[in-house]
Design a protein around this ligand. Sequence first.
Ligand SMILES: Nc1ncnc2c1ncn2[C@@H]1O[C@H](COP(=O)(O)OP(=O)(O)OP(=O)(O)O)[C@@H](O)[C@H]1O
Length: 234
Amino acid sequence: MKTLIEFNGVTKEYQIGEVKIQALAGVDFSISEGEFVVVLGTSGAGKSTILNILGGMDTASSGRVLVDGQDITRLNERKLTEYRGKKVGFVFQFYNLIPNLNALENVEFAAEVCDNHLDAKDILHKVGLTSRTSNYPSQLSGGEQQRVAIARAVAKNPSLLLCDEPTGALDYVTGKSVLKLLQDLNREMKTCIVLVTHNTAIAPMADKVIKVKSGLIESVTVNARKQSVEEIEW
Ligand SMILES: Nc1ncnc2c1ncn2[C@@H]1O[C@H](COP(=O)(O)OP(=O)(O)OP(=O)(O)O)[C@@H](O)[C@H]1O
């Protein structure tokens, strides 16, 4: 499988007054097209920093980040905005839907800017929300709102879907159904997914597990047989 992402010697420092915080201390890993990757680590390990750099929302202090052969650390602001808008889909712990747009409009609004976007109605059907397309976020449960957020990210037809603690605000059963949706989308659409979590129980559902500790990669494990979400319990 072709390599989609390469982190080479990536560091990130934050300067807060006199204090320097080393969030990433030289990170190397690679991810192939279509892979489902889980990034694990305790609080403050550097997981979100990796995801934010990969999504073009933050910049590395040094090192190279190749996505599809392009070094995104060298893009100017305009190109970086284009990368963020067209190549990457984001799913966060909180859904960040636009309150005065209904589910369908939320998905359409995000997809419109992308030339090769998918049909918003089809995607809402895929995430199981055909009957809720005209509902506003306040009329949807947390799990349903997260499905809309996933549909919104996927409708852009991104090369890469980045998920930061996507089940963090959901109960066990709803969280599992959202993970199953992500696993199904990865299988069907072959979209590469990078999911950040502190929940180690999720690891068996990944093709690859990247463990982060104190700003460094502790280990990279490839699961010989990945498990379906139904087989996993915590
Ligand atoms: N904008 C920022 N300014 C200063 N320090 C930051 C900033 N963002 C992150 N950090 C620091 O960088 C380190 C890594 O943070 P990061 O958010 O990547 O960790 P994490 O593994 O995602 O943790 P969590 O699971 O708690 O979200 C932490 O020490 C954090 O305090």
